[in-house]
Design a protein around this ligand. Structure first.
Ligand code: FAD
Ligand code: NAD
Length: 468
């Protein structure tokens, strides 16, 4: 049977663009990619990139305060002008979209600027009705925000809308306690919005190391965010120019804007997956094996739509591995076990890799090394902000199982720590590294005595029994 293409990619985001470029440019496959919106996808157009630029924009007041602490007596941030920032942001996103597009053009990928859906295991249908066939189809359609399902929820914004606002709201309610809620509360407070964060749990960032969750929650309060824990909106209603939010405890508060940061879900609706026989999981995610292959052998899926680890570098690695495996005769699987990540709060980020203290305690005996200190740079400028670094070490093998850093540019540090931890480094290996002084990161190689021992042999035996 002959096909129009060797590979048809649905979705021009992190995973799809990488797979298309490698399959065509490096392995000579005939590739088409369909994108219904802007090339680059969530990360480039409405995620990582504009988010981080907004984090930078939101730090001018803090930078001015630090400058005053260093003797620049009159330093002030001046007046933030959203329009000026937005104009620069838009042109940067245009530039990046252009770079992604030209990368594909350079690799001889056929670009189709339309929505696509599956018709059968080798055929896709475009929005204009045209049908195209391919030997392999890759689904890389990403995810979409998930709303809480309460009356009036359509009055709230989603993270996409934050990049399109015509002004910074005066008072905003951010609902949720994950990555997006913490980062956007930081941005909005930094840009001058009176920001409230409503989260149903008892500390933000569920799933992260508990001690570190406490520090992030406290930092949000320190930068002026009104953090309401154990709190849940139950309805939204228009009240003139404002939004009246009724909370589960019956309280009603008014805001100029509400932002949902209540999670994301795979964007599988309307793709024709079930009709073609592609198996979906409980959250609507595409179920794939270790090769990113779905239950239909000619159809593969990568990135957020598979709901494995929903981060850009993971989607990129999955797309690249798929292309090498299927078109490059170079079989490559993706290891999802040790993925570093960072939450870009400010002044301190939270960055992490490996086991949390709670996970390690359930696994068996481990030593926890914690260093908490006021970094020299901010301390000198009069800040009380504390950085915290934590290493979790297997008490039997000395292997470093986890590292958690709450501090300035923690994301930059964890990237480097990810290398030795991925190689199976021991605490002795960390200790052998000579410190670079004076830096923040030197704490990671100078923690001599454990702060506490966690886990016990009973827990270790239980884990062994379960995994045996
Ligand atoms: C606000 C925010 C901030 C984030 N920050 C970070 C961060 O700092 N670091 C990090 O690692 N990750 C971050 N992420 C997560 C990251 O953006 C995603 O993990 C990543 O983009 C997933 O890539 P993907 O290829 O799976 O999907 P996406 O990048 O979402 O791409 C999917 C593409 O498919 C297109 N599409 C969908 N359906 C169709 C169809 N039927 N036909 C044609 N095209 C279609 C979409 O328009 C989209 O362009 C953030 C996410 C958000 C929302
Ligand atoms: N810096 C980064 O790497 C970065 C930044 C942003 C997003 N991301 C990725 O995007 C994903 C999505 O981010 P997110 O923050 O939307 O999701 P998340 O899963 O991290 O957090 C969702 C939050 O919403 C809460 N929630 C869920 N349903 C709710 C409901 N009905 N009512 C009230 N609260 C509810 C949850 O308790 C949780 O706190 C992340 O998991 C991450 O993979 C990464």
């Amino acid at each position: 049977m002959t096909f129009d293409f060797d590979l048809f990619v649905i979705g021009g985001g992190s995973g799809g663009v990488r797979a298309a470029r490698i399959a065509a440019g490096e392995h000579g496959a005939r590739v088409a990619i369909a994108e219904e919106s802007r090339m680059g996808g969530t990360c480039v157009i409405r995620g990582c990139v504009p988010k981080k630029l907004m984090i930078f924009a939101s730090q001018a007041e803090a930078a001015a305060a630090e400058a005053r602490g260093y003797g620049w007596k009159e330093a002030t941030a001046g007046q933030f002008n959203w329009d000026a920032f937005k104009t620069r942001l838009d042109s940067e996103l245009d530039r990046l979209e252009g770079a992604y597009t030209s990368g594909l053009v350079g690799a001889d990928v056929t670009i189709i600027r339309q929505r696509a859906r599956l018709v059968d295991s080798h055929t896709v249908e475009l929005a204009d009705g045209q049908r195209l066939t391919a030997k392999h189809i890759l689904i890389a359609v990403g995810g979409r925000p998930q709303l809480p399902g309460i009356p009036g929820e359509e009055l709230g914004m989603i993270s996409d809308d934050l990049f399109l606002m015509d002004r910074v709201p005066g008072r905003i309610l951010v609902v949720g306690g994950g990555f997006i809620a913490c980062e956007f509360a930081t941005i909005l407070a930094g840009l001058g919005a009176k920001t409230t964060l409503s989260y149903r749990g008892d500390a933000v960032l569920r799933g992260f190391d508990d001690e570190m969750r406490g520090h992030v929650t406290q930092q949000l309060r320190n930068i002026g965010v009104d953090v309401q824990l154990g709190s849940m909106p139950s309805a939204l209603a228009k009240a003139g120019e404002e939004i009246a939010v009724t909370f589960a405890d019956g309280q009603v508060q008014r805001y100029d804007a509400v932002m949902w940061a209540t999670g994301r879900q795979p964007y599988t609706k309307g793709l024709g997956l079930e009709e073609v026989g592609v198996k979906l999981g409980r959250k609507g995610q595409i179920v794939v094996d270790e090769w990113s292959q779905t239950s239909v052998p000619s159809i593969f899926a990568v990135g957020d739509v598979t709901d494995r680890v929903n981060l850009t570098p993971v989607a990129i690695r999955e797309g690249h591995s798929f292309a090498d495996t299927v078109f490059g005769a170079r079989p490559r699987k993706v290891d999802h076990t040790l993925v570093a990540s960072a939450v870009y709060t400010r002044p301190h980020e939270l960055a992490t890799i490996g086991l949390t203290e709670e996970e390690a305690a359930a696994r068996g005996p481990a030593d926890v090394f914690v260093s908490s200190f006021r970094p020299m740079r901010s301390l000198f400028a009069g800040s009380e902000a504390r950085a915290v670094m934590k290493l979790i070490v297997d008490a039997t093998t000395d292997k470093v199982l986890g590292c958690h850093i709450f501090g300035p540019e923690a994301g930059e540090m964890i990237q480097m720590v990810a290398i030795p931890i991925g190689m199976g480094a021991t605490k002795a290996d960390f200790d052998n590294a000579m410190a670079v002084h004076p830096t923040l990161a030197e704490e990671l190689v100078t923690m001599r005595k454990p702060t506490r021992r966690i886990g016990d042999s009973t827990a270790a035996q239980e884990v062994q029994a379960v995994t045996a």
